[in-house]
Ligand binder design. Structure first.
Ligand code: PBG
Length: 328
């Protein structure tokens, strides 16, 4: 013991700290969420997400090129669907010429080796702002699964590399995997939002896509009947193991920072890569504090990201991806 062992010896300067550092961030770690909207020449800042934008397809190309030049290699696409195209069953999600399908092709035409991941859930297409079909005051599980599978197939046909179901229906990974196999899309991957919590941190995202659940009679006002209770830990393992058994190639914990115990549990429970989604509310909190001068933006950002990776994340979906890689 002391004085034979002095732990500070290995912290005396930056070089030695570098030598013993256990966790490193690299551009390979990141998945960049992208918001896409109709129109041309549109680059709309999202009110609750400073310096984050919705792009029309023409401007998406330059954005994707700049991500590629920074060393970023995967994007996760979300679309803002015009209100007149929304219905209960998310019919527009299956349109082969819909905004998502065109966005996939745009990214692939611009950067063929960029990994294109797509969000699969009905909420941006739903008049009720729910991830599934609403009926009798509930979200109908199996009817929703059939649509999610068709939606995934449509994304695969448009060129998506990985579909990312974010809906939390039971059995959707099995339904999606089965349809992709039947249709010959053996190499289209599935990144399952497997431990996705009913979190209040998704607010800014729902602003970005105008996709929040609506306050209407006979429609659930929140997503607590399908997303997980933040109080639960064992349930995250149950959800994740089932998704792996059903065919998920990558599993996910979401949100990030408040759920790092879950990240570690999940990492130890499964033999597939674990993604963490550092969500919109986490981004908004830091931006707001930094704007007020209360926190050092870059230092806190890197501390959060390295902590997510240290907890067990193999990859991180983050709105900070671009800011972070510029500092690495
Ligand atoms: C859609 C979806 C949501 C997010 C990702 N996919 C919102 C929700 O479930 O209500 C949230 C992402 C974020 O907050 O950054 N199902």
């Amino acid at each position: 013991m002391y004085p034979l062992r002095r732990n500070r010896r290995l912290r005396t300067n930056a070089s030695i700290r570098g030598l013993v550092r256990e966790t490193m961030l690299s551009p390979n770690d990141f998945i960049v969420p992208l918001f896409i909207t109709e129109g041309s020449g549109v680059k709309d800042e999202i009110a609750s997400m400073p310096n984050y934008y919705r792009y029309s397809l023409d401007l998406l190309k330059a954005e994707v090129k700049s991500l590629w030049d920074l060393g970023l290699r995967s994007v996760l696409l979300f679309v803002k669907v015009p209100n007149n195209l929304k219905d209960n069953a998310g019919t527009e999600a299956l349109n082969p010429d819909g905004l998502m399908q065109r966005a996939i092709k745009t990214v692939k035409d611009t950067c063929p080796d960029m990994i294109v991941m797509t969000d699969v859930a009905l909420d941006p297409y739903s008049i009720f702002g729910h991830d599934g079909v609403v009926g009798d005051g509930q979200i109908i599980n199996d009817d929703t699964n059939a649509i999610l599978a068709e939606m995934s197939l449509s994304h695969a046909k448009a060129g998506a590399d990985i579909v990312a179901p974010s809906d939390m229906m039971d059995g959707r990974i099995f339904e999606i995997r089965s349809l992709l196999e039947d249709e010959g899309f053996h190499n289209t991957g599935i990144m399952s939002y497997s431990a996705k919590y009913a979190s209040a941190f998704y607010g800014p995202f729902r602003d970005a896509l105008a996709s929040a659940p609506v306050d209407v009679k006979d429609v659930p006002k929140d997503k607590q009947s399908y997303q997980m209770d933040p109080a639960n830990r064992d349930e995250a393992i149950k959800e994740t193991i089932m998704d792996v058994q059903e065919g998920a190639d990558i599993v996910m914990v979401k949100p990030g920072l408040c759920y790092l115990d879950i990240v570690r549990d999940v990492k130890e429970a499964v033999d597939v890569p674990v993604a963490v989604y550092q969500v919109s509310g986490e981004y908004a909190m830091l931006k707001a504090a930094a704007e007020k001068g209360w926190l050092d933006h870059d230092a806190v950002m890197l501390e959060q990201l390295v902590s997510i990776k240290r907890a067990g994340a193999n990859m991180i979906a983050s709105y900070f991806a671009k800011d972070a890689v510029k500092l690495l």
